[in-house]
Design a protein around this ligand. Sequence first.
Ligand SMILES: Nc1ncnc2c1ncn2[C@@H]1O[C@H](COP(=O)(O)OP(=O)(O)OP(=O)(O)O)[C@@H](O)[C@H]1O
Length: 574
Amino acid sequence: MTRIETFKALTRDIDGIHKPLLALGLFKLWSLIFGLIPLFLYSFLVNHVLVDQKLHELWPVIAGFLAVFLLTTIGIAAAKRFSNQLILKFDLRIKNKLLKKYISLDSEVYSNYSIGDVKSRIENDSAVAGKFFTTHVLDFIYAVVYAIALAVILLCYDWRIVLLSFIFVPVSLVTVNFLGGKAKRTGEELWKLQIQYESFLHANFQNWKDIKTNNLEDAQLAELNGHYKKIRPIWFLNQLYMHLGITYSFFTKNFITQLFIYFIGGAFVIKGYSEVGVLLVFINFYGQFFGFIENISNAMMNYKSDSVNIEKVIGILNVETDKRPYKKIAGTGLTVDNLRFTYEGNDSFALDGISFSVSKGEHLAIVGQSGSGKSTLAKLLTGQIKPQAGAIQIGGVDIHTVSGESVSGKVSIVVQEPVLFNMTIRENLLLAKAGATDAELIGCCRRARIYDFIETLQDHLDTIIGEKGVKLSGGQRQRLSIARAFLQDRDIIIFDESTSALDNENESDIITELKSLSSGKTMISIAHRLSTIVDCDKVMVLKDGRVAAFDTHDNLRNRNEPYDLLFQSQYMTG
Ligand SMILES: Nc1ncnc2c1ncn2[C@@H]1O[C@H](COP(=O)(O)OP(=O)(O)OP(=O)(O)O)[C@@H](O)[C@H]1O
């Protein structure tokens, strides 16, 4: 992407950039103007004060230099302050926007991104994109304008000689552009390898317990070395191209430019410009001009390399998000009509022709063999994935015609492996209801049969529970997650094997509690225990993604073959 395309893409998605950018641009212009004045002062000093020996004019020149120094310093300091502020502000805005985008992605779209990819885009790539406006827009324009201004001044001296020496400028820029292209291609490859490495590291940290218990340390170290073996040659190539580009512009500035300076000096003498002053001033301007050409070359090189990261950020910003309207859903009854769903890349349907309804206050149990589609149905009912055909209606509203927030305001799901953060119990609970009082938190924890345990902890609700709640047992994690569902207090609650780690007594206590609370609530349990199923108003049996039976437990028992088989194999032990 060119700078202009990148500028448009980033400003389209991130607001509030134009004003601070304009302010910063004005300070840059200030620095540019006051940066050019010393050249004229220098010219005056050499030609009038030194060559013409008008030493009494030295004081105004010194005063001029001091004034310019003061004003330039003010300009540079202000520009630095504004640019730091802009970078930090913009970096944070991009991170916010990216996180928001990721959270609003369809779970199917999200599953296309690895952890390393997400982490890299939010952490590293956004930081590079955050500097785009200062480094790749303002600094670049500054160098170009400065170089043009110097070129015009030089042309005024002797356009033929200057034009001859300018031949080297396009050669230099084309070479750097070529090397930059190579650096970009290797940068792309490096980025892919690095996100694989990041994902590996993430999985390693997440599963360190299992790695130790299964003696996988050596295998993990071998994998780490494997990643480095792949990364090393590409990294080397990438650095080689980058440094070739930078060394090339350094060489151009310090050798080729010097060569031209001697050439131009000779030409001046041959053409009879005897004044030393003219030659000195010209050489000074010329050296500065090539200094800016070096800056432009380096900026081109760096932009090629940074655009790998910036394009990753824009890639996510461009992903379409949910544009469906928010609607408060009034009713609580759930109707599912002829639902069909296939996971991307799978040949067979995970669910096919699913139809059923659950009325307000009813409790439905969903049972079925492993892989029969129970969790997929739960994901569809919460709007996490969209069906290829059919409809799900809550209170008469098709949930796929309204925004995700409309559905999550109505339905909550408690899963087998709850999402818990390395924060305190209180903070984990408050995620469900910001601003809940202690009395509310304690009440919900009591109902979820977790408060007795919390009371035994030294810091009570303020105990930090570790990464993914590692300091809690499986059952305690599930109870905390159920307490969160109580806090959310949605009209429809789905339990996806969410009591699997509880003992029978705790599970039945929680179910009783739910029932007492949920006179008006609709509940769906993906059940694994007989006690849960027997208590439910209806049981739906899923087999190979289809509804094999839908009735009460009493009507199904001994009368429905799939249910009986399942019952004997799974629930007789419940
Ligand atoms: N993210 C996914 N991508 C591709 N296929 C998937 C995905 N998740 C589930 N499936 C497939 O969809 C089918 C239904 O899976 P699902 O998880 O809904 O079954 P389940 O009844 O909940 O199983 P279990 O009782 O073992 O949890 C399975 O064949 C499974 O392999």
